[in-house]
Structure formats: C-alpha cells, structure tokens
Write a protein of this length. Sequence first.
Length: 225
Amino acid sequence: MWLERAYLPPYHALSRMIIRASTTHQSIASEVLKNANNMIASDATTGMFVTLLYGVLDGEALTLKYANAGHPTPIIFRSIDGCYIEEKASGIALGAKEGVSYEERTIKFEPGDVVVFYTDGITEAMNIRGELFGLSRLTGTIKKTYQSSAEVIMAKILEEVSAFRGDQEQNDDITLVVMKASQSVEKHSLISIKSRDEEVHRVTEELEKIMSRTALPGRRYGICS
C-alpha cells in the first residue's frame, strides 16, 4: 500500500516503476524507500521529487509497517477511548537528496481502531476568508464518525472539506485513505465431557458461564442424550 504524489507525468511514471522494482527485492518499508530514493535522486532533474508513504499490511497480525517520505503523518483513532494519536515518523520526499535514511514505524490495530492517511490537500483546503481546514477540523470530523465504517468516515471527511471550502477553488490535490480494523470474531467455546449422567450438571454450569460472557439470557438451552 502506498500514497504517492509526483510532479510532471513522465517523472511520475518513472518513479512508480522504480518503487515497484524496489519492492520486489525488499519487504522492509524503510529500505524500500531508501533504495527507491537513491535511484530517483541519482536520475532526478533539479527540483523534481515524489512524496510517498509506503506500508505493508498484515491482516492476520493486525499491523501496518510503514515509512513516510514527505506526507503528513497518519492519524490513529483508538476505539477503546476515542482518543487520537498523530504518528511522528516522517522523512524527506524521494529524490530530494541522495543517501538519506527513512524510519519504519509499526501501527498495531485493535478491533475498531481507525487510521487515516491524507495529503495536505485536506488540511490546507482554504475557504473564501483565507482560513485553512486544518488538523483540528480533520480530527474533529474523524472523532464524530470513527465508530462508522471506513467508507462513511472517508465520505464525511470529503463532505466537510467541500462544505468548508465552499466556492473557493481547490488549490492542491487530495489523496485520502481510511483503514479500520474489523471487530474481533467471538471465540468458540469447547466443552469436553464423558458420556455420564453426572456430567450434565457440569455442562449446565459451563453453558451458563458462556451465556453470561456473551450477554445472552441464561437457561435457554437443552441437553439431549
């Protein structure tokens, strides 16, 4: 997964090819950007650069390992308390300087957590009074919607930016990615019993414990022999 922005179409295409080639030989996000940066910088026309955030998502471990090259840092909303964390990892744009290193960060998702990746076209959207949409409006919008689906959160952010901007022209491009960790699947319960009458009472107790954990009404079950 990556967010990418470049200037001048031929350079954009070349940068994309270099980044894709770099990922075939390396899985560490920081090394992917380091290698790609060196190749782009060595062949870059003066003043050309690419801003990019590259990440590797592990759906089973619920982790995202990423490195940042010039994009705003992602915003994490924790479902447990509704508080947000602004990640700190950032690096200079690819092609700006050869030989630089990039920091790899890991986001560990808990069920219901939301992460928002965005370009500054969101926070620097301007209204007719010259005011910027800003980070506080962005986080406020996410806070109001973080319990919704990723699609709803994204739509609401874009809606709020558009309403704030009004008739003012959008001066910068917008890229927005919203990720949300699915709620955990309830664990299955396993009860091992022997075929004896005296085991019935133990099974009843175990079923009542399961019912209480899942907030289901008790004593609505039957045991057949």
